[in-house]
Design a protein around this ligand. Structure first.
Ligand SMILES: [Zn+2]
Length: 87
């Protein structure tokens, strides 16, 4: 329950900002849909719509292939905020 409350708002933030294309190089944008271990957040948690979630998924997978985002994060290496590594 506590986890669910974190994502209370149910609207798609990409629709709100009228995003038509999600760039895989734009990590600041992808960050919203990544968990702290660089997993793709499910739609039921982020509240993204199907269309944008698909775009996010493709972008994240593309970013992984270009080594912008790690595929896996070592359990020992879990930092307080891992996103500082990619900045
Ligand atoms: Zn949307």
């Amino acid at each position: 329950m506590a986890e669910k409350r974190k994502f209370k708002k149910r609207f798609c933030k990409y629709c709100e900002t009228k995003v038509d294309y999600i760039d895989y190089k734009d990590l600041q944008q992808l960050k919203h849909s990544l968990s702290e271990r660089f997993k793709i957040m499910p739609r039921r948690l982020t509240g993204n719509c199907k269309r944008h979630q698909d775009m996010v998924t493709i972008s994240i997978k593309r970013a992984r292939q270009t080594a912008l985002i790690p595929y896996i994060v070592d359990r020992k290496n879990v930092v307080e905020s891992p996103f500082e590594l990619i900045r």
